[in-house]
Every structure is written in structure tokens, then in C-alpha cells.
Design a protein around this ligand. Structure first.
Ligand SMILES: [Zn+2]
Length: 216
């Protein structure tokens, strides 16, 4: 008799890039032949444009994380949110030819930040609208804690992710690839090697993937 095997899946996701750390993360992913999902924001310099293209060319997925990531602006009204969201959609389409249909709300979909700028029903309305308009949004069930402080300890990131993946299958792991997140880059190869040892399958998010959405 063979032991029943449970397939273990993990989705690595990186928010707030591109930055110089995105290039390093892409190098690591290439080395292990692993694909990931990048919820990017808007920047217009040549370095960033090349990174958006590289993400696509190397088989990863791009998701919309709004152009400005500016809570005060995007969460002040639905019109503001849509305008900023579409600005990134057009920007990415112009550079890569990809029409993004997956997204992540800055701060996550249960963020209480909009309450400061709008009303308590704001997230409920905007999430409903985005789904209605054909987008899928993703929160996470494993937070690497790399955004809890400016520069998180590499060991905290490693241990948090490995422990989180043990308790969530599939695991959608939240990382950040913005400029200060150098310890995320340092932790990544160790996390990947440990998960490979445990027979995890790495996958990218797409519109019909397994998803996590926080309660509003
Ligand atoms: Zn973010």
C-alpha cells in the first residue's frame, strides 16, 4: 500500500516593486527555475521598464497593485481608485503588451486604512466592483513579515514563511521587493531550498487560481 500523498503548493508573491531587489529576486528564481507573481506599482524610469519586461519574459505573472500605492489618494473615492488602477494597467500594457487581470489591494483587502479617507463600506464596494469588472484580487495566508519593520531579520523571514507554509496549503506568501527589502532577497534562496526539499510545487497566480480573500 502506498502512503497517500498530499500535493503541496506554494505561490510566492512580491509586492511594491520593481526596484533593484526585483532584479536580484529574478536571478534567484531563474537559478531554481521557479515562477512567481509580482504585484507591481508604477514607475517610469528605464530600469523599471526593463524589469516589468523581464518579469513577463521569464514566465512570471504581473498583478496590479495600483500606480501610486498612495493610500490617501486611492482610498479617498472609487473614482480615484479606478483611475490609479487603470493608469498602471495602461502603463504595463504599453510596456509589456500584458493586460493584467489579477490584483492586490495596497495594504490588503481588509485594510482599515480607507476608513480614514472614506467610509466603512468602501472596501466592500471597491472589491465588489473589481470582481464585477472581471478582475480577481488576492490577499495572502502567509505573511513573511518583511514589511513589519523597514529591514526585517533574515531569520525571522525564513522561519515565518516555512512555519506558515506548514499550516496553509496552498500557501500564498506575501513578500516585498521594494528598495529597502534586502533581507527578503537574502532569505529567498534558503526558503526555496527548504520548500523544494519538502516537495512543494511552486506556481503563479492567475485569474482562476486558488485564492485568499480577507473578510471585510
Ligand atoms: Zn503594497
Amino acid at each position: 500500500m502506498t502512503t497517500p500523498s498530499t500535493k503541496k503548493n506554494v505561490y510566492l508573491t512580491f509586492d511594491d516593486g520593481p526596484s533593484i531587489n526585483t532584479a536580484k529576486i529574478l536571478d534567484i528564481l531563474k537559478e531554481y527555475n521557479i515562477k512567481a507573481t509580482f504585484f507591481v506599482v508604477g514607475t517610469a524610469n528605464e530600469h523599471s521598464k526593463n524589469l516589468y519586461k523581464r518579469i513577463v519574459d521569464e514566465g512570471h505573472t504581473l498583478g496590479n497593485h495600483t500606480y501610486s500605492h498612495n493610500y490617501k489618494t486611492i482610498y479617498a473615492s472609487e473614482e480615484n481608485f479606478i483611475q490609479d488602477f487603470k493608469k498602471l494597467e495602461d502603463h504595463i500594457y504599453d510596456i509589456t503588451g500584458v493586460k493584467m487581470d489579477i490584483m492586490r489591494f495596497p495594504g490588503g483587502s481588509n485594510t482599515r486604512i480607507p476608513h480614514k479617507y472614506s467610509d466603512e463600506k468602501f472596501m466592500k464596494r471597491i472589491t465588489t466592483k473589481m470582481l464585477y469588472d472581471g478582475y480577481q484580487y488576492f490577499d495572502w495566508n502567509v505573511d513573511s513579515k518583511d514589511a513589519k519593520v523597514v529591514k526585517q531579520s533574515k531569520d525571522v523571514i525564513i522561519n515565518t514563511v516555512l512555519d506558515g507554509a506548514k499550516h496553509n496549503n496552498p500557501a500564498i506568501v506575501l513578500f516585498h521587493d521594494s528598495l529597502p527589502k534586502t533581507t527578503t532577497v537574502e532569505a529567498l534562496p534558503i526558503i526555496i531550498e527548504e520548500l523544494l526539499k519538502e516537495d512543494y510545487t511552486f506556481d503563479v497566480l492567475h485569474k482562476d487560481s486558488f485564492y485568499v480573500q480577507f473578510k471585510k
